[in-house]
Design a protein around this ligand. Structure first.
Ligand SMILES: [Zn+2]
Length: 181
């Protein structure tokens, strides 16, 4: 079972209901700062720009990640206002999400001797997110290997049940520490 978290520490996101609003609230209740993220609706980004450079993948809030909140009232209000918004999770201190966006990258990781322990895992549109606890802060870094990004504090990930994302493990899965050299 999950070790109870110290006060103020984000716990595993746990069970996420099917509705975006309820899932966002559940994450907030577990200490995760969430933020509403644009989505694709009628084949275009909900920001309304036909030439949006990051369709369905940028925050709705003008202050982006800085505006992320775990306040239940604030979060409920966001999803009342933007019921289709994807759920962004600000990666908290003590956590690392490994974002693998191409299935070939898994073979590449294995070939380099990097065997990631089983953990809380979500399917994304093109790959998977692997959630770990870490004993030291890991800065976000894009492309540490082809198609492999590190999402640490100062970055966010899109979480289920945002369209295109679903949990592959029961979200209450015990989340191991990833021991880093
Ligand atoms: Zn957009």
């Amino acid at each position: 079972m999950q070790t109870p978290a110290a006060a103020g520490e984000a716990r595993a996101p746990l069970y996420a209901p099917a509705s975006l609003a309820n899932a966002a609230l559940t994450y907030a209740c577990h200490g995760w700062r969430v933020l509403p993220v644009h989505t694709i609706h009628d084949s275009r980004c909900t920001c309304g720009h036909v030439d949006c450079p990051h369709p369905g993948k940028h925050p709705i809030l003008h202050n982006g990640l800085t505006g992320a909140s775990s306040d239940e009232g604030v979060v409920a209000d966001w999803w009342r206002r933007w019921s289709l918004a994807r759920i962004g999770l600000a990666v908290p201190d003590g956590w690392l999400v490994i974002d693998v966006d191409d299935f070939d990258a898994f073979a590449d990781l294995a070939a380099r001797g990097l065997h990631l322990p089983d953990t809380l895992t979500a399917a994304t549109s093109r790959g998977q997110h692997w959630y770990y606890r870490v004993r030291r802060r890991v800065a976000p870094k894009v492309a540490i290997l082809p198609h492999v990004d590190l999402r640490g504090p100062g970055s966010y990930v899109i979480a289920p049940p945002s369209p295109g994302y679903r949990w592959l493990t029961v979200p209450a899965h015990e989340v191991p520490f990833l021991e880093l050299d």
